[in-house]
Design a protein around this ligand. Structure first.
Ligand SMILES: C[S@@+](CC[C@H](N)C(=O)[O-])C[C@H]1O[C@@H](n2cnc3c(N)ncnc32)[C@H](O)[C@@H]1O
Length: 433
């Protein structure tokens, strides 16, 4: 049981509604996920001590204050009231965030400007970044109506991203270009994503030092190249999909030949390296740094020795304008209908993926149909969902049960190769006796 510091509310666990998978692929930590039924203000107060500085990503998709009739939750109040209510929640959420954590709030034109100014005031404008997301298509009855009136249909929404320590260390997924060049068919094994990120930073830096080059060599030394299909099969997939290729582009390479001078430099350097070296760096006369495999044929005039990473050539950085996420036909995602509220799992996958690592905590205080929890779970993050409407029981519970059982194969399941596992606990906010 968790009690709010002012002792007015407590979170009472209902163990009859907890859910666990028969298998444990996510490890015991992933059975602590929480669904909390109640108003997020007292719930956040009740969580304030236990979870202070613990949450890596808070995603909020509050009612946008449109004044429109939305099934399942009210959405219209005075601007000032709406903002004040959010402000109290933001103060509590800020204290729950880790020092390097992120808050992402989705909003549309109705309250964007007022919310942005509030956030800039509370958290510092230098810690804010606005992402524009395409959330609709200019088709369908509603759009035609707007267009015939000579108005501009509204296609976009915003995500205001706030970094507690600023906007940095984000690692967004890459977007695959229309066609994949099949020459990119090798996976660099024996190197972490972080190490390869560091290697690429050294390659891109024209002012690199001798120490940097030594570091690059240390990163490449254990490299081994395996065919894409072999790695894919080892990870439980029959063949590489376009999404898998894009997600793994950071470690997928092709080989190509270099200039004769670069080869000569490589020949000289290779002669000084231990025989077990997998790859190493070669600096050209123009001070470009290449990574070359150590297993090239020295006697060939133009061996395919240089490694080119696929993400540099075949994928795009999403930047702050996200127009590639599919927003139509979402009705079936998660197996629950939540008209006008449900967000695409692909959107949550991008936000959670770029702000957290596996095992981190993700919290959604306006959980709706539970999209954030479903995606966080499939991505191996721990999660907490707070919802005060009946959808907590009618939508979130069945949706997350299906995720855990592995029967939900909609949304991000395919991309994440989701098969089931883990569990959650269920709590209810009740007044203290
Ligand atoms: C736009 S919906 C969120 C939809 C969600 N992102 C999804 O993908 O399903 C907003 C939700 O916030 C809930 N909500 C509004 N005020 C709340 C409060 N004070 N405490 C908890 N939940 C609240 C509403 O009931 C509604 O389900």
């Amino acid at each position: 049981m968790t009690i709010s510091p002012d002792n007015t509310f407590r979170l009472v666990e209902d163990t009859s509604l907890a859910w666990t998978a028969p298998t444990l692929p996510l490890g015991p930590a992933f059975f602590g996920n929480r669904i909390i039924f109640g108003d997020n203000l007292p719930v956040l107060k009740a969580l304030s001590e236990e979870y202070a500085n613990s949450i890596q990503c808070v995603y909020l998709d509050p009612p946008y204050n449109t004044g429109n009739a939305i099934p399942l939750y009210p959405d219209g109040s005075d601007h000032h009231q709406w903002l004040e209510a959010l402000k109290h929640r933001l103060e509590l959420l800020w204290a729950l965030l880790c020092e390097d954590g992120f808050l992402a709030i989705q909003i549309d034109d109705n309250e964007f400007a007022r919310l942005y100014l509030l956030l800039a005031d509370m958290m510092g404008e230098q810690n804010l970044k606005t992402i524009c997301v395409k959330m609709a298509e200019p088709t369908g009855f509603k759009m035609v109506h707007v267009i015939t009136q000579g108005n501009l249909p509204r296609l976009k929404e915003y995500i205001i991203l706030v970094g507690k320590s600023g906007i940095r260390n984000l690692h967004p997924e890459r977007i695959a270009k229309a066609t994949w060049d099949p020459e990119y068919r090798w996976v660099v094994c024996q190197a972490s994503r972080q190490a390869i990120r560091r290697l690429k930073a050294i390659l891109a830096n024209p002012d690199r030092t001798a120490d940097d080059i030594q570091q690059a060599d240390a990163i490449c030394r254990p490299f081994s190249l395996e065919p894409v299909t072999t790695v894919c099969q080892r990870e439980g997939r029959s063949h590489p999909t376009r999404e898998w290729l894009a997600e793994n582009a950071w470690r997928i390479v092709r080989t190509c030949s270099t200039s004769a001078t670069a080869k000569k430099r490589a020949d000289q350097k290779r002669a000084t390296l231990p025989p077990q070296t997998g790859a190493f760096s070669v600096e050209t006369v123009q001070r470009r740094l290449y990574i070359v495999t150590a297993h090239y044929n020295m006697h060939s005039a133009q061996p395919r020795m240089r490694l080119l990473f696929a993400d540099d050539y075949l994928t795009l950085h999403p930047g702050d304008f996200w127009a590639d996420i599919k927003t139509t036909s979402l009705g079936e995602e998660g197996g629950v209908t939540f008209i006008k509220g449900k967000k695409p799992e692909a959107l949550l996958k991008r936000i959670i993926g770029m702000t957290t690592q596996p095992g981190d905590w993700v919290l959604d205080a306006y959980a709706g149909s539970g999209t954030t929890g479903a995606v966080a779970h499939k991505m191996g993050r721990q999660w907490m969902l707070i919802e005060n409407g009946p959808q907590c029981n009618t939508h979130i519970l069945p949706r997350l049960r299906a995720v855990i059982d592995g029967t939900d194969q909609t949304g991000a399941s395919k991309h994440l190769n989701w098969k089931g596992g883990g569990g959650f606990r269920y709590f209810r906010l009740t007044p203290a006796a």
